[in-house]
Design a protein around this ligand. Structure first.
Ligand SMILES: Cc1ncc(COP(=O)(O)O)c(C=O)c1O
Length: 444
């Protein structure tokens, strides 16, 4: 009997023992295409990268950890310098932590400190969106609009305000872009006015929604409108780029697609690419200088923030991304992947929508393509397709709730950014076969 607690308590998952590029190998020698870069788009640079292995052991032997409260390390400085080269203009500070949830929470706290430093202590509320995911710790979960993960815990979550997502396939306002005049963005203005601008600290959003919507980018113009509203009401804009950042969508940060600069960015996942648990808050000069001008230190300390060994690994990863032109490859292969998914949508009756940006794509399953009617949640369509893929040697990430938080099945597809065109074809072949099998066995 295993004493290790797994997410899925009933199924017997394969035991992974080796990785190479986009492939994972289990203890039986079976090969899998890692079509989700780990558990939800983490391992951006691929598995088994020797450059990372080459720094881990010597650095651990020399010094793995330094006391953050009274010392610093060259590794942390090097990582921060590389990270800032990738951020939008006007960002000058990096604060590293050990996960995306911590990154989100600290980013929100930096925003709050900024408001207090400016003498605006009533600004405390964070507005976010339904069908979003910002992490699973209580503070991050309060921001998250992922019903399946938050509902049981609602009584112990801090109150948060949620507006509808920017999701054209299932527009909450039943409008069509561009005739909608971005009602979903304008909903932020309504929420700010309802709460009172003097009470609102920040708005947080994923430029491309990952786990909760399956690779759904906001429409053109959305974040420009959001920026305008935030400026009008003196509200900070936080981009949650934990999943969609660092090359994943074919740009350094996904928000670059809208040519908008946020005030704060939360990042993670690809930063450590699974080799080390890493996340970070990226802070614009306007925020950091305001807080520092008041002589205040940022209050966001954790045991492993600024981790020396983690920073060393992240610096190698960021260099690897640049040297191997992974942002460009993500854009090119992502276009190919989306094109293949569109063909899949045309040929498979259960595929209602496909979407994505770069190598962050999604497939949504529907019972009726014409109306978008979802399958009953108890059919667990996304899990069935995931299992069918796993059996055929492909890992994908399932999700639910695109319709109303409960109904709606989707898959997130995001292989490592090193994938080749031929491998994109292989991935699509297995996916098509798996969907076909599930349709035949259970959906008809
Ligand atoms: C957009 C986004 N924010 C935050 C998080 C939380 O990151 P972590 O699971 O590393 O705590 C995730 C994780 O999936 C995410 O996708």
């Amino acid at each position: 009997m295993s004493h290790a607690l797994f997410r899925n308590l009933t199924s017997k998952n394969p035991c992974m023992v080796r990785g190479e590029g986009i492939y994972l190998f289990d203890s039986e020698g079976k090969r899998y295409i890692d079509g989700a870069s780990g558990s939800s788009l983490v391992c951006n640079i691929g598995h088994g990268v020797k450059e990372v292995a080459a720094v881990l052991t010597p650095q651990a032997a020399e010094l793995a950890y330094n006391p953050f409260h009274c010392s610093h390390s060259r590794a942390y400085e090097d990582m921060a310098e590389r990270m800032i080269r990738l951020t939008p203009q006007g960002f000058g500070k990096v604060f590293s932590v050990s996960s995306g949830s911590e990154a989100v929470e600290n980013t929100v706290k930096f925003g709050r400190q900024y408001q207090v430093a400016r003498g605006l202590p009533s600004k405390h509320l964070v507005i976010s969106r339904w069908q979003s995911y910002h992490g699973n710790t209580l503070g991050a979960l309060a921001c998250s609009g992922y019903t399946g993960r938050r509902r049981k815990h609602t009584p112990i979550l801090k109150d948060a305000v949620h507006i509808p997502p920017a999701f054209c396939y299932r527009c909450h306002f039943e409008k069509t872009y561009p005739g909608c005049e971005l009602k979903c963005a304008r909903a932020l203005e309504t929420a700010i006015l309802q709460e009172g601008p003097e009470n609102v600290s920040a708005f947080i959003a994923e430029p491309v929604v990952g786990a909760a919507l399956g690779g759904a980018p906001a429409p053109p113009g959305y974040f420009q409108k959001i920026r305008e509203i935030c400026d009008t009401y003196d509200v900070l804009f936080i981009a949650d780029e934990v999943m969609c950042g660092l090359g994943r969508t074919g740009a350094n940060f996904a928000i670059d697609h809208w040519s908008v600069a946020p005030d704060l960015i939360a990042t993670g996942k690809g930063m450590g690419s699974g080799y080390f648990p890493m996340g970070a808050s990226l802070i614009s000069d306007a925020v950091s200088t305001t807080v520092q001008a008041r002589g205040a230190a940022f209050e966001g300390v954790h045991t492993c923030c600024g981790h020396l060994l983690g920073s060393r690994v992240a610096a190698v990863i960021l260099d690897y991304m640049t040297k191997n032109d992974l942002v460009r490859n993500s854009k090119q292969q992502g276009e190919l992947l989306l094109q293949g998914l569109e063909e899949l949508q045309a040929s498979r009756p259960s595929v209602g929508d496909v979407r994505g940006l770069g190598l962050m794509c999604g497939v949504e399953f529907v019972k009726d393509k014409a109306t978008g009617e979802p399958y009953p949640p108890e059919l667990k369509v996304a899990e069935r397709v995931m299992d069918a893929c796993l059996g055929r040697g492909l890992i994908v990430f399932p999700g639910h709730g695109t319709v109303d938080g409960t109904a709606g099945d989707h898959l997130l597809i995001g292989p490592p950014l090193v994938i080749t065109s031929q491998q994109v074809g292989d991935l699509l072949g297995i996916l098509k076969d798996a969907i076909h099998a599930v349709e035949k066995e259970t959906l008809t």
